[in-house]
Design a protein around this ligand. Structure first.
Ligand SMILES: [Ca+2]
Ligand SMILES: [Ca+2]
Ligand SMILES: [Ca+2]
Ligand SMILES: [Ca+2]
Length: 455
């Protein structure tokens, strides 16, 4: 027993000695821990949950968010205020800290009466880790730690330190994107999100645009870490009206649609589909890149020789980037298996035309309008992922963002009980405490025992 703890101590010391040399866990994607990963916490009041990180020898509360979902999985219907299997704990990896000994417990007596969860987040791309601790306490108060997101409900505006996103009043679709910190007052580089749905039912051909996806209701859930935007819509194809729900998540420098299993219904007669994002003249100093094209100038002037092919591998691990001197906007996506053919949609002309012969929407100018066109959907289920990364210029490129999508952050959580810290301290009696660098004293033990229930 003693040997194994001493070995652990050695390994921990080694880890700390090297911690300053380690790469950082990438900062874009959030960490999401669902209740099924924390079954021991079922029934814990959400208000008694605290997320902390141990940084520079001290505990710090971390900005986090618990989004409860009702038994049907809805974020918008009220749940019960208690942690359960489908609720989500959400936080950003850059807020993490170091792993500590169990005896390094938060100095809050009530928290010693409950197990804590050690949460280790690992980034397989940068081979780095960071650690959080989830505590339960009825006596601790929530610090007013700064969040990563703000949401202005009246203006329907989402703001982080990396971007601001705004939405069309009537369509409720994204039509404003300012990349950079708010005090830099960046320009709006997005005209709008564009959608085309083409098909034929019996002898009747149809083409729908984003303007036909009529919004019925908007729900938003806003916290310190993310804004969830849920729009209930109806689309009418000839005489059939189909209701559907569009859900998008906005994090500090990362936003888009959650991974979804898409069921393609061939009976709707859809033969072609396009999703693209058209920029504005404010993006005219930028260039477009994807695996088959390098530095295509975004300037509203037609570009010859753009390669629109996308191999199966490029549909599985799609990336495209638009980069200026001030910002990078990178798309990653996965849509292989949805359609017989998938091609890059790219259009850079200011004459009101489109690259697929459909009627243009928006401001009748296309600046680096880029996305994907799908022809002849295959029946059945397919995985669909589509995310945007916002980065400082040069800080992130398309291939790296694609490797992020292929190698998500991994999360391991372990339950720890304060009482186990005493045995750990006794085993360390003649050694230095790895978290403080000081010899373990009787006072350390008294401290810990006095914090234990009944101590
Ligand atoms: Ca729930
Ligand atoms: Ca709940
Ligand atoms: Ca051009
Ligand atoms: Ca436009």
């Amino acid at each position: 027993m003693r040997t194994s703890i001493a070995t652990t101590t050695f390994l921990l010391s080694f880890l700390f000695a090297n911690s300053h040399l380690q790469a950082q866990v990438r900062a874009h994607e959030p960490v999401i821990l669902t209740g099924e990963r924390l079954p021991d916490w079922t029934g814990v009041p959400v208000a008694e949950m605290f997320l902390l990180a141990f940084v520079d020898g001290e505990w710090h509360q971390v900005g986090f968010q618990v989004d409860e979902r009702d038994p049907d999985g809805s974020y918008t219907n009220p749940d019960d205020g208690a942690w359960d299997a489908n609720d989500e704990l959400v936080f950003q990896p850059q807020d993490g800290g170091q792993p500590v000994m169990i005896s390094t417990w938060l100095s809050d007596p009530d928290s010693s009466g409950f197990p804590r969860q050690r949460i280790d987040v690992a980034d397989p791309v940068t081979e780095s880790t960071t650690t959080f601790y989830l505590y339960r306490s009825s006596s601790l108060l929530h610090d007013d730690v700064p969040g990563h997101m703000t949401y202005d409900a009246d203006a329907d505006l989402i703001q982080s330190q990396a971007y601001r996103a705004g939405f069309d009043d009537s369509l409720l679709m994204i039509d404003e994107l300012r990349l950079g910190a708010p005090d830099a007052e960046p320009d709006d580089i997005l005209d709008r999100e564009k959608i085309r749905i083409q098909g034929q039912i019996l002898a009747f051909p149809f083409t729908l645009t984003e303007e036909d996806l009529a919004p019925q209701q908007l729900h938003t859930i806003a916290g310190k870490v993310r804004v969830i935007r849920i729009v209930e819509r109806e689309v009418s194809i000839l005489t059939t009206t189909i209701p559907y729900t569009e859900t998008k998540y906005f994090y500090r420098s990362f936003f888009g649609a959650p991974p979804a299993s898409l069921t393609v219904d061939a009976s709707m007669g859809v033969t072609g589909f396009r999703l693209s994002y058209d920029l504005t003249a404010a993006a005219a100093d930028a260039s477009f890149d994807n695996p088959n094209n390098t530095a295509i100038p975004v300037d509203g002037m037609d570009d010859s020789g753009v390669d629109t092919t996308l191999s199966t591998e490029q549909q599985t691990n799609y990336w495209a980037s638009v980069t200026s001197l001030d910002w990078s906007l990178i798309t990653t996506a996965r849509f292989s298996g949805i359609a017989e053919t998938a091609t890059l949609y790219y259009h850079d002309r200011t004459d009101g035309s489109t690259a697929d012969g459909t009627v243009d929407t928006g401001d009748q100018e296309s600046y680096g309008d880029n996305g994907v066109r799908l022809e002849n959907p295959l029946g059945g289920e397919a995985e669909l992922i589509s995310w945007f990364y916002v980065a400082e210029p040069g800080a992130l490129d398309g291939p790296t963002a694609s490797s992020y999508m292929q190698n998500p952050l991994t999360v391991e959580n372990t339950s720890e009980e304060a009482a186990a810290g005493l045995g750990e301290l006794v085993a360390l009696w003649l050694e230095d405490h790895p978290d403080t660098g000081l010899p373990v004293s009787v006072l350390d033990m008294v401290d810990l025992v006095s914090g234990l229930p009944g101590g």
